[in-house]
Design a protein around this ligand. Structure first.
Ligand code: SF4
Length: 186
């Protein structure tokens, strides 16, 4: 390879130990790829205390999931190497992760915070007593769940990031957004 000694494509958690062992044994391979989706319920919690917060714009980013039930063509979720399955992390671990943050301001910065609506509802009910101010990225089908929107507000939601392609977009023939009007029926 021209610009790197080795590349890990896609999800790395379950390969990381192997990669480190290969480095230690001077047997680093050019390419690593985990052919199966990582079991996010077993994903280790990040150790936020190791971060030098002054080196980062944000250190209050938390993921509750990986993937997205939609596979819009322009999004990396439609790439070949991305496993096509939405998974949530362990809810208990996510709560612990939030408790260890030095702030009550949290950004859920995954692809789609509402990829599994029943999970999200339960999660919101659990973080509600924590007095957080939180922000999240969601898919626009959230408009189909007005009760969820109210629960989000009541649990400290300050802002949501979502996008929907315009039907007048001249690139629509190339960029196939897999969220359709049916998904935003309200
Ligand atoms: S809804 Fe958003 S995150 Fe999901 S596939 Fe489409 S662009 Fe990607």
């Amino acid at each position: 390879m021209k610009f790197a000694d080795s590349v890990c494509i896609g999800e790395a958690e379950e390969l990381w130990e192997t990669i480190l062992e290969d480095v230690a044994n001077d047997q680093l391979k050019e390419r690593y790829f985990n052919s199966k989706p990582t079991d996010m319920s077993k994903a280790p919690m990040p150790n936020w205390r190791l971060l030098v917060s002054s080196n980062y714009l944000y250190t209050n980013t938390v993921l509750t999931s990986r993937g997205c039930p939609f596979k819009c063509d322009f999004c990396y979720n439609s790439c070949e190497y991305v496993h096509k399955v939405f998974r949530n992390k362990s809810m208990d671990n996510v709560i612990k992760e939030i408790q260890e943050l030095p702030t009550r301001q949290v950004m859920f910065i995954e692809d789609n915070f509402i990829g599994n609506v029943p999970w999200t509802k339960e999660f919101i009910s659990r973080i509600r007593p924590m007095g957080l101010k939180w922000h999240a990225a969601v898919s626009v089908n959230l408009v189909n769940y007005p009760d969820l929107i109210e629960e989000m507000r009541d649990s400290g939601c300050q802002s949501l990031l979502a996008s929907r392609r315009s039907t007048k977009n001249p690139f629509k023939a190339f960029i196939r957004h897999r969220i359709t009007l049916k998904d935003t029926k309200n």
